[in-house]
Design a binder for this molecule. Structure first.
Ligand SMILES: *Cc1c(COP(=O)(O)O)cnc(C)c1O
Length: 398
């Protein structure tokens, strides 16, 4: 079975679990900032903690925070748990990102921040959004923060410039299903040293040092990931996940879509061992993205003959292809068919956030987000794919 995603881990990350790691979080922050063109980076235990902490530390409360309707549910959870309200904007099905034509009308006097998500690695035109925001700021007389969600778009470029360069802050997420990983983890990057300093100070007051026991648990977790994704074992892993609740500890404990929920350790600092794994992943980052871009081009070429029922994703300069997402008519059918032939297709984001039970009362009409939530599949695109696997995937899909 070819897995739908697979963290790119080898012996360096393995050895990082056993090396001395004191001070690694600071090192990881500095290195991360320099790789992703920021002046500063501040680490957190999860991406959602990072967003939550940013909203709390800047004193944004009881306000509306605009976000795309089609994205990870934890973004809305973080906004809600920080004492604010998400306002949803529908997407453009071309690149799955927020439809900027709809943005201006959603900004009200209560809006204090906008989460700009570059979904699946597709860069948004942040400059255009800055224009709308400046206009609204002048109208309402207060600052509206621009928060970029780069969880899928580490190092994506728009018009030749890194996306994280504009706006006030960028969020990155680093669990094992992301482009790169630090076991778990989240990061904020900044261009303003004072802002970074004040968020870092806030974190140091409100987040606590995790226990030695937790650092042991996280090591065991990563070792289990090596085993679970080991090719001869993966069919079993996949079976256990589909047919038993044995692996729920690895998934559901950290992520619930339908309840506004954070994991219990969301106020822990990032562990040094996580940072050390992250530092190893940073070294391979350029190669990682290069490979993803190449795989996306390969699929677009090889799958282009596929009948008109499929909408292949656009190839866009500067995109990072965290996922290769195709829209199909009958998703269940495609997923079942591929599985029978040994290919696991992803069904990432099977919901429109405003349609989830917790947010339904604030439901906006987001028809395109609904369409995306029931028609998308994603094809394995991770850098560890071999040429043979890529060929086999194309064979199965055609
Ligand atoms: C994964 C993800 C996050 C948050 O990440 P966690 O580390 O799981 O909290 C935020 N936004 C998007 C788009 C994501 O995919």
């Amino acid at each position: 079975m070819i897995p739908r995603f697979k963290p790119w881990l080898n012996s360096r990350e393995f050895l990082a679990l056993f090396r001395p790691n004191r001070g690694s979080v600071k090192k990881f922050e500095r290195r991360f900032a320099s790789v992703f063109n920021a002046t500063d980076a501040v680490a957190f235990p999860y991406g959602r903690s990072a967003l939550w902490a940013f909203l709390k530390s800047t004193g944004i409360e009881n306000s509306e925070v605009i976000m795309p309707a089609y994205t990870c549910s934890v973004v809305a959870h973080a906004i809600t748990l920080s004492g604010n309200y998400p306002t949803f904007v529908d997407i453009d099905l071309f690149d799955f990102n927020m439809d900027t034509d709809l943005l201006q009308a959603k900004i009200t006097i209560k809006t204090r921040a906008i989460v700009v998500t570059h979904l699946f690695g597709y860069p948004m035109n942040v400059d255009g959004i800055v224009g709308s925001v400046r206009e609204a700021e002048a109208r309402f007389g207060h600052k509206i923060w621009i928060i970029q969600d780069c969880a899928h778009s580490f190092g994506a470029n728009f018009d030749g410039r890194p996306v994280g360069e504009t706006g006030d802050v960028s969020i990155y997420a680093l669990n094992i299903s992301k482009i790169m990983t630090s076991i778990f983890g989240g990061m904020l990057t900044f261009h303003n040293a004072d802002l970074a300093d004040s968020v870092r100070k806030w974190r140091d007051i409100h987040f606590s040092r995790p226990s030695t026991f937790k650092s042991l648990k996280r090591r065991i977790y990563l070792l289990a990931i090596y085993i679970a994704f080991w090719q001869p074992i993966y069919t079993l892993t996949n079976w256990l996940q589909s047919n038993t609740s044995l692996l729920d500890y690895f998934t559901k404990a950290f992520h619930l879509d339908d309840a506004i929920h954070f994991p219990p350790d969301y106020l822990d600092k990032m562990l040094d061992v996580e940072a050390l794994v992250g530092l190893e992943q940073l070294k391979k980052y350029a190669k990682n993205i290069h490979q993803r871009r190449e795989n996306a081009r390969y699929y677009n070429e090889m799958l282009s003959s596929k009948n008109g029922n499929w909408v292949l994703p656009p190839i866009i300069d500067g995109a990072t292809y965290s996922h290769y997402v195709i829209r199909v008519l009958d998703r269940d059918h495609e997923v079942r068919l591929a599985k029978e032939k040994g290919l696991e297709l992803g069904e990432l984001i099977q919901y429109s956030v405003p349609a989830l039970a917790s947010y339904r009362d604030r439901s906006a009409l987001c028809p395109k987000s609904n369409v995306a939530s029931i028609t998308t599949i994603n094809v394995p695109i991770y850098p560890g794919l071999t040429n043979n696997q890529r060929k086999k995937i194309v064979e199965i899909l055609t």
